[in-house]
Design a protein around this ligand. Sequence first.
Ligand code: FAD
Length: 412
Amino acid sequence: ARHFQVLVIGGGAGGLSVAASLLKRDSALALGIVEPSEEHFYQPGWTLVGGGIFKAAQTRRREQDLIPKGAVWLRNAVEIFRPEAREVVLNDGTVLSYDALIVATGISLNWDAIPGLKETLGKNGVTSNYRYDLAPYTWQLVEQLKGGKAIFTQPPMPIKCAGAPQKAMYLACDAWRRRGVLKSISVDFNTATPALFGVKEFVPALMNYVRDYDIALHLGSKLVEVNGPERIAVFERKTETGIDRVECTFDMLHVVPPQVSPKVVRESAIAGSDGFVEVNPETLQHVRYPQVFALGDVIGTSCAKTAAAVRVQAPVVATNVLAFLKRKDPVSGYGGYGACPLTVENGKIVLAEFSYGGKLAPTLPKWLLNGQKPTRLAWWLKKYVMPALYWKGMLKGHELFVAPEPLKPGKK
Ligand code: FAD
């Protein structure tokens, strides 16, 4: 087996950030990145593509150009994790061994879970900002719609960027309002979750927009079937007495698919009971295999699955992996930071920032940016600062505002 000191699985937001962070700290590391895709996507930009603000191509780069200097890129997917042997097997049969493994395979979109959906995506008015090729179709539909019914859906948790389903809706409503057609379009939001947003402090600001745009809000309402040609969406809606099956016709349907841990992780020994990698929520080290670490959407902790979380996790994992290689205990801790910039209108954002337990965790002082209110500053950050921070900061291992917190003594 070919051996690496550190083997990173996945060259997405988490994999590239942690690899860059490690090599910045120790450029002599023998580090490999396993990633099958030739392309890398800035997924947080897809909301703005669906809102007609970014072009899709702005969110895509060649993986080749992003692999940090000094890392070896293995252009394959992992097919089997063998943590007890400290090995992984790739889909071409190659076996790789490691001193430390970092799992960053992200979360899988389960389009197949909704009968009728996959075959109608990209036509019949059915779209999703959760795919690079479909986000432009969202904007096309928004631009074309003059009246009728628009339905937006959100599946049960966990999903990446839990605010994204409603972000798509607010940007669409804002565009319709500016064009003077919002009054002729009836908008529904169906979310399988029991609340509009998981952290209650941000709900009032969002509810103001739900009212302003005259959106019919259906909590506990899950999309279970789509008939594209006839333009019918079927929901299972929780009522006081049970579950109703409701059929709704639509002119536009924006779907966010149910999401699961990737099969290769789910079916391996590194998974916990929920299928995600079972790490200590603070050190991000595996609870059973000390040589295994993980970050990003694939970890089974209660933090928000966001790139913002990855930005804070990467240096924590990097420093703890380096300590591990020196046979030391973890040195830094992750407090569960995640952020969700809710694009409530073109030009304003409710910037939800919180950590484990839904504790508010604003980066900037409240007088400068109050995350519980829509602000222009947060929009400006999302449109101009965050993409640059991603490409030039996080993926390069520059750690702005995210010095890893030292682990409190006695914790492991
Ligand atoms: P990813 O970036 O998805 O990368 C996973 C990588 O692993 C992929 O490159 C994949 O090819 C690779 N991989 C998968 N399986 C294997 C395998 N078996 N072997 C090897 N490699 C494998 N976050 C925010 O912070 N703010 C936002 O506003 C925001 N908005 C979003 C809007 C949308 C529409 C979407 C879809 C996401 C949004 N996110 C946002 C979430 C953010 O994009 C993710 O949280 C982030 O990309 C997670 O990084 P990751 O490395 O865990 O996963």
